[in-house]
Design a protein around this ligand. Structure first.
Ligand SMILES: CC(C)(COP(=O)(O)OP(=O)(O)OC[C@H]1O[C@@H](n2cnc3c(N)ncnc32)[C@H](O)[C@@H]1OP(=O)(O)O)[C@@H](O)C(=O)NCCC(=O)NCCS
Length: 311
């Protein structure tokens, strides 16, 4: 099954595994809550068999609170010349959901060298030990949730995204931006002249899991204009977006930032997200802003999780 991109360009569609032609992958978020390791393995075996005509497969599965995620993460299912294996684990432990597990695999033609993988982990590791202080928004900048975008706002967002990314999992057309603005929570910072200088979004998808209503929230599409970087503008936008979900029940909030850019990893850490895994050559994404060279057109991502519950 092929899916048309929606406003939730990063989350994708829920409930099935779809072929995403632009990113040459099969991708899915399955909404059943699996109650045993055997059930997860059986489901993955089925998915692996059905989707072998792409160079990457990425499937997210939910398990109940009775399933040990450490054991479930050991499942390996043959796929092409390798194995569909666990890439990230989000421990949820709310309602009927125990954990969300990412399983993925790449064709041999779509893998990253061990040198680059090590450099990305080293970059993340170096940031985990840094001490940071919270930044205030500089004077003359204003933060808002963008509710009624003008045509000029849409044009400015396209400009920022095109400057920030040399490629992305979707194209930045007026239609795509308009759809994002209609469906997502979007925070922007404007400069003294009212021009948008930075942006961050939350994509929201709703699903029913074993009779419970849940929200899946991906913090995504964060970018700042190259002239305004390093001043805390992207931080302010992302913090504003996150505020909307703090204290929420039955809400899974996560981010999948580029693994080769210190600034975005730092931002996620500063905002209290925890790294829980890595997705190899997950999708089309690249930028001239990078700290580790990228191998080819598909970018590596880390997975971060934000607990919305008060600790
Ligand atoms: C990532 C991006 C949005 C950051 O924007 P920004 O406005 O400069 O971000 P901020 O100033 O709010 O915060 C960046 C943080 O990273 C830190 N940082 C910057 N470069 C860094 C580096 N190479 N390594 C580690 N940390 C770095 C900054 O010091 C700052 O942290 P601090 O506030 O604790 O000092 C911007 O670089 C961008 O648009 N990049 C291209 C698009 C992109 O890749 N977006 C992310 C997609 S997943």
């Amino acid at each position: 099954m092929t899916h048309k991109p929606t406003a939730a360009v990063s989350i994708g569609n829920l409930g099935k595994v779809f072929t995403d032609i632009r990113n040459h992958r099969a991708k899915g978020f399955l909404t059943e809550v699996h109650t045993s390791i055997a059930e997860v393995a059986g489901r993955l075996r089925h998915v692996a068999m059905e989707h072998s005509d792409v160079s990457r497969i990425s499937v997210r599965v939910l398990v109940g609170r009775n399933v040990d995620p450490a054991l479930a993460s050991k499942i390996q299912i043959p796929w092409k010349h390798g194995n569909l294996a666990c890439e990230a684990v989000i421990t949820v432990n709310q309602g009927v959901i125990g954990s969300l597990l990412y399983f993925g695999s790449n064709a041999v033609t779509r893998t990253t060298s061990s040198k680059t993988i090590a450099a990305e982990w080293a970059l993340l590791g170096s940031l985990l030990i840094e001490k940071r202080s919270k930044k205030e928004l500089p004077q003359d900048f204003a933060l808002e949730i963008l509710k009624k975008p003008s045509q000029s706002d849409i044009d400015q967002l396209i400009k920022i995204y095109k400057k920030a990314f040399t490629s992305y999992l979707t194209e930045f057309t007026p239609e795509v931006i308009r759809a994002m603005l209609a469906a997502n929570i979007v925070a922007v910072v404007r400069d003294a002249e009212g021009r948008i200088a930075a942006v961050s979004q939350a994509e929201i998808a709703r699903f029913t899991a074993a009779g419970e209503e849940w929200r899946l929230v991906e913090l995504s599409e964060t970018a700042s204009h190259p002239d305004f970087r390093g001043q805390g503008l992207a931080y302010a936008c992302k913090e504003k977006v996150i505020e909307q979900f703090r204290g929420s029940e039955k809400t899974i909030v996560y981010a999948e930032p580029r693994a080769n850019l210190g600034a975005i990893l730092m931002l996620n850490l500063d905002l209290g997200l925890t790294p829980v895994g890595r997705l190899d050559k997950h999708c089309l994404i690249d930028s001239s802003a990078r700290d580790v060279p990228q191998e080819g057109k598909f970018g590596n991502l880390f997975v971060f999780y934000l607990s919305t519950q008060a600790s």
